[in-house]
Design a binder for this molecule. Structure first.
Ligand SMILES: N[C@@H](CCC(=O)N[C@@H](CS)C(=O)NCC(=O)O)C(=O)O
Length: 265
């Protein structure tokens, strides 16, 4: 998958480790910033529920709510995508994503992104309850084919448990109406702020990263940027909003073409 993307080769010395979920926009925010700055790291897929003890051990934390993405670099342990992106900005190379003058604006866009992704997660989890194929598409590919196909057919109960777990952890309600209203409001604000320009601020910044990953709730980004099964793609796509905000999908796609390099990890 990564072979079609411009890649960054980095020395393995001093490599960090990022634990994440391959389909998660939260993980994508951290990965994009790390890759933009050519920070070397090994990516490890987090296994929802099953991976919890390992995550807690790696995080050296007994807190119940350790989340991914989680980045470990030497003695640094960062459990939030925003902190990871800011750290990458300090230690990495390339143009800054957080210019000192833009910090307040970036912070505001990140808060908008949190609200948007919270609403998006509620809609997706709701849809996954009804769609067993899409649930399976969210499981990581642990083995090469044909073994992965065989594993997949046995993995239904794990995928079902993961959904119930998410629903409980994030207290997801039965109705999606208010979340859809929230999403529409957030995308209208994003469109207005962009006003047809390529970037939210003067130049490419973390404001663009944190806002454009939210467009996954309209329509997931294409391969090779995201390798996601077709049932899961359908579960994420909100057809009505995707039609209304096709300009934002186009904006996100062109940002990816121009700025989304992928590390060779
Ligand atoms: N604000 C955090 C939120 C991350 C988050 O909510 N992660 C979810 C997955 S998308 C998580 O780790 N869930 C795992 C679990 O609850 O076990 C960030 O941006 O890093």
């Amino acid at each position: 998958m990564t072979s079609q993307l411009p890649t960054i080769s980095s020395p393995s010395a001093n490599r960090g480790e990022l634990l994440g979920l391959f389909y998660s926009p939260y993980t994508e925010r951290a990965r994009w910033a790390l890759d933009h700055h050519e920070v070397p790291y090994k990516y490890s897929e987090y296994l929802m529920m099953l991976g919890d003890p390992l995550l807690h051990w790696k995080a050296r934390s007994l807190k119940s709510n350790v989340t991914v993405p989680f980045f470990i670099h030497g003695t640094r342990r960062l459990g939030d995508s925003y902190a990871i992106a800011q750290y990458a900005d300090q230690i990495g190379t390339g143009s800054k994503l957080f210019s000192p003058n833009d910090l307040a604006a970036i912070d505001q866009w990140n808060r908008a992104s949190e609200a948007t992704l919270g609403a998006a997660r509620a809609v997706v989890v709701h849809r996954l309850r009804e769609n067993s194929e899409a649930r399976l598409d969210h499981l990581p590919k642990l083995l090469p084919e044909p073994f992965n196909g065989a594993l997949r057919s046995a993995a239904g109960p794990i995928a079902n448990l993961a959904i119930r777990y998410l629903q409980k952890s994030f207290q997801i309600k039965d109705s999606t109406a208010e979340h859809l209203t929230e999403l529409r409001k957030r995308f209208l604000a994003l469109r207005q702020a962009l006003g047809g320009r390529p970037y939210l601020l003067e130049k490419f910044s973390y404001a663009d990263i944190t806002s454009s990953v939210c467009v996954q709730a309209l329509e997931p980004v294409e391969e090779p940027y995201l390798s996601l099964g077709s049932a899961a793609r359908e579960a994420w796509r909100i057809g009505e909003l995707a039609r209304e905000f096709s300009d934002l999908i186009e904006w996100r796609n062109s940002l990816y073409r121009k700025h989304r390099t992928r590390s060779a990890c």
